[in-house]
Every structure is written in C-alpha cells, then in structure tokens.
Design a binder for this molecule. Structure first.
Ligand code: FES
Ligand SMILES: [Fe+2]
Length: 455
C-alpha cells in the first residue's frame, strides 16, 4: 500500500485541523502513520497485559502481546508477577506456545533449553558437552519486559524503562478505575479467558468509539431501541457527563433519560450496596449509585465498558475491558476480558456472563453492530480522495459536536474537565491531540526531571 510521507508540514497541518475540530480522514488508515505510532506511542505507553486473577497461584502463567512482542506473564514461586519476552534467547523461538497454564519451568520446543519462571536459564541440552563447563547461564536468561506494574488488579507492561511510573501515567483515570475495580470487597475477577478476534479496523477508531462516542449508540445499536431495551429518546446515551483527562484518557458517565426509573448501582444486587458505600469516596459512590453506563478509553488502546444490562427479565452489570492490539494500519486484534465483582453471588455472575456473551462477546449483537462500522470506516479512509495527496485538506472529518455550545462544568467532584453531556467531541479531540503531540514530539511519556534525579 502507498504511504503518505510524514514531514513536518503534514504533521503541522494535522495539528492545525484537529485544533479546529477537523480530522484528516487518511490518518485512520495510513502505513506511515502506523509506523510512527508504533515507535512514538506504543513503544513507550503502558498497556494492559491482564488481570491478577488470571494468575491465581505460583507457577500460573498467561501469554500475551505488547503490539508485536510476544509476552510471557508469570507468577513466580514468591508470588511476584513478572513478564518476559516470550522468545528463547538461543534462536528466538517462541518459548511458551500455550495461552495459559501452570508450570515452574519452560522448555523451548526448538533445541530444548529450559528456563524457570524467574526467567533464568536453568538447563541446556548436552550443555557441558557442546558449550563447555564454563557456559555463563546468567547471561542467557529471558529478556524481561522493562516495566511491569499493577493497579487494582490490572497488570500493565511498558516496553520503555524510562516511561513515567504507571500510577503517574494513569493520573486522573485512577479515580474512575477505582469505581470500576475497587468498589466491592475483593475487587474484580476475570471469568473464562479473554476472547480475541481480528477486526479490519484502525485502533484509533475503536479507542475513540469507547472514549468519546456515545453519540453512535442511538443509530448503530438501534435494534436495542426497536426491541424496547433502550429508550426511544435519541439523546438517551447522551445524558450524563463526558470527562476529559490528562494523557489522552477519557470517560463517559451515562445517567439515563431524566424522569425514567433508573435502578441504582447499575442493577447490582442489593446485598452488595453497603460495600460500595464502604469502599468508595462519597463522590465516587454518588456516581456509581446513579449511572447507567460507564464507558471510556485509557490511552492508547485500553477501552472499558460497564453497562446496566437487562436480559431474561434480570438486570445485571459487568466490566468489559478490551485491548485493541494494533497489527497494521487497517487491522487490530481485539482482546476482550469479562470481569465481575468477586463478591457477587454466583448465580448473578453466571447470568451476567451470559449477558456479556450475547451483547459484547465476539458474536454478540452489539459487538457485530460496531465491528461492521469500524471496518467500513477504515476501508473508506485509504483511497485517493481520502488520502488528500495535495495537502489541500479538503477531506476532513467533523469533530465539532458541542463546539461553542457546550461549556465545561464549573464544578466536578472527580479529576478532569467534565461536560454536562456525552454528546460532545471533546473526549475524541483530547485523545487525538495527545496522540499527535506524541507523534510530533511536543510531549513524551518519559519520567519527569524529578523522577530522573531520584534514579
Ligand atoms: S531456540 Fe530455544 S533452544 Fe534453540
Ligand atoms: Fe457501539
């Protein structure tokens, strides 16, 4: 595929357009942009690897990806979580080919070298005979992921040792993650395994859809209205707040159609309500008690959705976390985790899981709606007209919803800048502006001066 030459002039023009609420369409499907994103965004950003509940005991392991790097995540004998490049230092074979399991040593399928789950080389086939007794095994251990850290059970990895610490990177998002992950005793657990599938879509599109686009719900998911699951009011997914955070993170808090009877706490069982009061601050509790949906994106590619969902006459909630793993400019691998409060009753967990599978699982009705759209937008963004070769920038997309019309709230109890509706484009612009500032080098994700001095 032809690629666009990314010179300073082009980047400056994109910046100018985005600041005016217009986005050149070709950035949604361009190989040169994609290569830059890998080097300037994904090589430095914190990305989700999984959840602690997937590594229940010492010896548990899961295999994941950080974009193009295969990663082995383990719980060691001491109970620590570590992550390594899942590639043997002898000839590069993928060391562990299973998705998950339990073992304390890993033997490479190619020539049989073996490693413990601290990453140390502990066995070499015919070692003394072919490498001599003096072989320095210390030198040939697995390559560790430069940074691994957890927040409320979520395990993140970062490919850059100099990126700011995870909590600083999450910034204001921590406050909203607490509502989703830390509201009940014992936190959340992953049920089943993360499902994954390939979509012909650009990762920015899917991140933006969760982070800043409740506007699409009334149209794309219109079947829910026709079935009587969602209200008739076309503004129904706009009521609430859109919150714009540092580092390109965004959250939308839907509160439902005013005047309609909204079940408290997203339909979670009454016996759990006292936990929410105990574990959350008054402000966080207020949000959880009144919201219908919390949906957002942790930059760059970790989206989340916590809906109030009804099926078979029951209401339930779940937390769907998903990573949009970029494969190319027009392809992603979706990783989708179903998470539920550990403290929830078993029957509720099962009903909720069924609800997730039917809605946002890979064959879920709502998932199918979105997948179709994302693929068609991506496809329409690589042609001659979309590419806008002459730099005239006539082909720009509209990111102006709310512009000059909706002002931020004077007072908001949580971090970030909040708007009194989710039908605005401030979150999408926040994400794209931060993305572009990383591409142009105007900002970086390195540790601040203070942190480097401490080091
Ligand atoms: S590649 Fe792993 S032992 Fe040779
Ligand atoms: Fe959707």
């Amino acid at each position: 595929m032809m690629s666009t030459v990314l010179d300073e002039d082009r980047l400056r023009k994109i910046k100018e357009k985005i600041s005016q609420g217009m986005m050149p369409q070709w950035i949604l499907n361009d190989p040169a942009i994609f290569d830059e994103e890998i080097e300037k965004v994904f090589a430095h950003a914190w990305q989700l690897l999984g959840h602690e509940s997937e590594l229940k005991e010492p010896g548990s392991y899961i295999t994941r990806w950080l974009v193009h790097d295969p990663i082995l995540v383990v719980r060691t004998k001491k109970g620590e979580i570590k992550a390594f490049l899942n590639s043997c230092p002898h000839r590069g074979m993928q060391l562990c080919t299973a998705d998950f399991g339990k073992k304390n040593t890993f033997q490479c399928p190619y020539h049989g070298w073996s490693f413990n789950n601290d990453g140390k080389l502990i066995g070499v086939v015919a070692g003394d005979k072919v490498y001599g007794e003096g072989m320095d095994k210390e030198q040939w251990g697995l390559k560790p992921v430069p940074q691994v850290a957890t927040y409320n059970g979520l395990i993140f990895g970062c490919l850059d040792a100099n990126t700011m610490p995870l909590e600083e990177y999450l910034g204001g998002m921590k406050w909203y993650f607490d509502i989703l992950l830390n509201r009940s005793d014992g936190g959340m657990e992953v049920r089943g395994v993360p499902q994954r599938w390939i979509l012909n879509a650009n990762w920015k599109l899917t991140s933006e859809n969760f982070g800043g686009d409740p506007y699409h719900v009334a149209t794309v998911h219109r079947s829910t209205v026709e079935l009587g699951i969602s209200p008739q009011d076309p503004l129904f997914s706009g009521y609430g707040y859109q919150v714009v955070l540092d580092h390109g993170h965004n959250v939308n808090i839907n509160t439902g159609v005013p005047g309609l009877d909204i079940p408290p706490y997203q339909g979670m069982p009454e016996e759990m309500w006292p936990m929410f009061q105990k574990n959350l601050t008054a402000e966080q509790h207020d949000i959880l008690s009144k919201c219908t949906v919390i949906v957002g994106n942790c930059f760059p590619n970790l989206s989340f959705l916590s809906p109030l969902h009804g099926s078979e006459g029951h209401l339930h909630n779940y937390l769907n976390m998903r990573v949009w793993r970029p494969i190319s400019a027009d392809k992603i691998e979706v990783w989708s985790w179903f998470m539920i409060d550990k403290a929830a009753p078993e029957a509720y967990k099962q009903a909720s899981y069924k609800g997730y599978i039917a809605s946002f699982g890979p064959s879920g009705t709502l998932e199918q709606d979105d997948a179709e759209i994302w693929a068609r937008v991506t496809q329409a963004s690589k042609g001659i007209l979309a590419r806008d070769k002459d730099l005239s920038y006539n082909n720009v997309l509209n990111y102006m919803m709310g512009e000059g019309k909706v002002e931020p709230l004077d007072h908001w109890d949580g971090p970030g800048v909040a708007y009194p509706t989710c039908y605005v484009d401030y979150a999408s612009r926040n994400m794209h502006e931060f993305w572009l500032s990383l591409l142009t080098g105007d900002v970086n994700l390195r540790q601040s001066a203070v942190h480097s001095e401490i080091k």
